[in-house]
Design a protein around this ligand. Structure first.
Ligand code: BT5
Length: 265
């Protein structure tokens, strides 16, 4: 009872399955009460031939991964932690756009205004509420696949970790009440399903529409940025994004550098 009230009950997998039944994404839904990393698990399924749309979702992920060896902090039964096996027929950078957009739009169904920090951190009230990790590889038959991993802080709080809480938050902390993870995950998958279909079958116009919607939500545009790329640092104004998602940074001397990866500060 207490677990249900504070939003820390196990995921209602049947409710999630029913909600995603009409979608391409979430076929099948593989629920694991706990797993080291949904991305690692989904990768092994994909290598063995798992089909486009296979969803791995968990309640507890002790070894969640971020980019370049960073860690994703887990909150047991309080996050949406999932990975999708995808076999896109379009360049993977569109997954960066579609996933951030789908998360931002679904977060708004829970009552919080969301923006995107380039390329795909979703921020609420200026703090990171979601991280996205996209990894690409080839399966045992040599076919390419992508794993789209999403970690979304829903219930609970990060306040026990002041360094993290300075830059990250949970939806519940922002909206002031427990948020149903099943409905939120279903809303996000439904939105992503639509965007994925648009990218797969909508031709150039479909891809352009996804790019435009993503661009419109970027909080980074027009701001002064410092981008760390290992030892290199690029400083300037984030002026625009090009059609493949690169951030165009204008320097004081007037030159422009396209940035395809790195952390924006
Ligand atoms: C990311 O990396 O933000 C991608 C995180 C992806 C996690 C999902 S969960 C499901 C799937 N399975 C996995 O194993 N991973 C994916 P990056 O941009 O490198 O950011 C990592 C940084 O975010 C850390 O160094 C922290 O500063 C911060 N961080 C860690 N945990 C966080 C949390 N719970 N909420 C917000 N920020 C966090």
């Amino acid at each position: 009872m207490a677990a249900a009230q504070d939003g820390l009950a196990p995921l209602d997998v049947d409710a999630l399955r029913a909600a995603v039944a009409p979608l391409r994404l979430g076929r099948p839904v593989i629920y694991l009460p706990a797993v080291d990393s949904t991305n690692t698990y989904a990768t092994s399924l994909a290598r063995a031939g798992a089909t486009d749309g296979t969803l791995v979702i968990t309640d507890d992920q002790p070894a969640g991964r971020g980019r370049i060896g960073r860690k994703w902090r887990g909150l047991s039964r309080a996050q949406v932690l999932l990975s999708l096996v995808l076999r896109p027929n379009f360049p993977p950078y569109y997954l960066v756009m579609a996933s951030a957009l789908a998360v931002a739009e679904s977060v708004e169904t829970a009552g919080a205004a969301a923006g995107i920090k380039w390329p795909n951190d979703v921020l609420v009230a200026g703090r990171k509420v979601c991280g996205i990790l996209i990894e690409t590889a080839h399966d045992d038959q040599g076919a390419p696949f992508a794993i789209l991993g999403i970690g979304l802080n829903v219930n609970g709080s990060l306040r026990d970790d002041p360094a993290l809480a300075a830059q990250a938050t949970t939806l519940a902390d922002v909206v002031g009440h427990v948020v149903a993870r099943e409905a939120l995950a279903a809303a996000m998958l439904s939105r992503l399903d639509t965007l994925y279909a648009r990218l797969r079958t909508g031709g150039e116009a479909g891809r352009g529409a996804v790019w435009e919607a993503w661009r419109a939500r970027l909080l980074t545009l027009g701001t002064q940025v410092r981008i760390a790329q290992h030892a290199r640092e690029v400083v300037g104004i984030a002026e625009a994004v090009d059609t493949d998602g690169a951030l165009l940074v204008r320097h004081a001397d007037g030159g422009v550098t396209p940035i395809t990866w790195g952390d924006v500060h």
